[in-house]
Design a protein around this ligand. Structure first.
Ligand code: F6R
Length: 253
């Protein structure tokens, strides 16, 4: 694992975008996360696109997850959110952005369909955020470390955290369709971004904890090409933060 520690969320976004851009320019398949964490990364990628430094025109993109029960045109669906926040502002073709079908009346069939689509892909770089309880995509604690795309009941804390996007907590869906930990681990490269103190414990478990389904992010320790890009606050519980800073300086480019 490479650990990159930056001053704040904006600097996290710049560092993460610099890692992602070369894959986009090669037309690589991108794995996209929704939520607040990657917003500064998307903002910087949009800036690079507007500056003519990156193009997504040959790329396909696959979302990590989607709420069960939301149609694609629902403002809170991840299908809509990723368009509003990122893909509508770059040159990727809209029909090359894919997500699980949250409106399928049979969510288990939707999960299987999405897994089959992903099985035919090779994701060049997967962008991840992380939940305060260590979930990646919507793999809540106890998720199989080798699991495939599935229907996940959301942890009450996740529902509470995500209520900020809805008018009331009752409107937050109770379930999501999510790539499994096995599914997302097939990506060739993974860039996880996090900022704020609320993520510090999850980052500690992911980087320094034992590999355990109790902290799903810890599965990333088994992956060969992972970069964790975090701000000072999210790094605040790392025992070996000084060593990670030194390793970044010593890394051969
Ligand atoms: C979203 C996703 C989730 C979020 C996580 C953190 O596609 O997969 O794992 O990354 O819930 O959410 P934020 O970034 O809003 O704190």
């Amino acid at each position: 694992m490479d650990i990159i520690i930056r001053k704040d969320a904006q600097e996290v976004g710049k560092a993460a975008a610099a890692l992602v851009a070369p894959f986009a320019n090669k037309g690589g398949t991108l794995g996209l996360a929704t939520g607040s964490s990657p917003l500064s990364t998307y903002k910087e990628l949009i800036r690079l696109y507007e500056a003519g430094e990156v193009s997504f025109k040959e790329c396909q993109a696959f979302l990590l997850d989607e709420y069960v029960g939301l149609t694609r045109d629902d403002e809170n669906s991840y299908f809509k959110t990723i368009r509003n926040e990122f893909t509508d502002h770059i040159d990727i073709l809209d029909d090359q952005v894919f997500s699980p079908d949250g409106a399928n009346p049979d969510p288990h069939a939707a999960a299987e369909e999405y897994e089959a689509m992903l099985a035919a892909q090779s994701v060049a770089v997967q962008i991840l955020g992380i939940g305060g309880n260590g979930h990646i995509a919507f793999n809540e604690p106890t998720s199989s470390l080798s699991g495939l795309t599935k229907v996940q009941a959301l942890h009450p804390k996740t529902v509470e955290d995500n209520a900020r996007f809805f008018s009331s907590i009752e409107e937050v869906p109770t379930h999501a369709l999510t790539q499994g930990l096995g599914t997302l681990s097939r990506a060739q490269n993974i860039v996880l971004v996090a900022s704020g103190e609320g993520k510090a414990e999850a980052i500690r478990g992911t980087v320094e904890g034992p590999v355990s389904a109790s902290c799903p992010g810890s599965i990333l320790q088994m992956h060969n090409n992972v970069t964790i890009v975090i701000d000072e606050a999210a790094a605040s519980k790392l025992e070996n933060a000084e060593y990670y800073r030194l390793m970044e300086q010593l890394k051969l480019r």
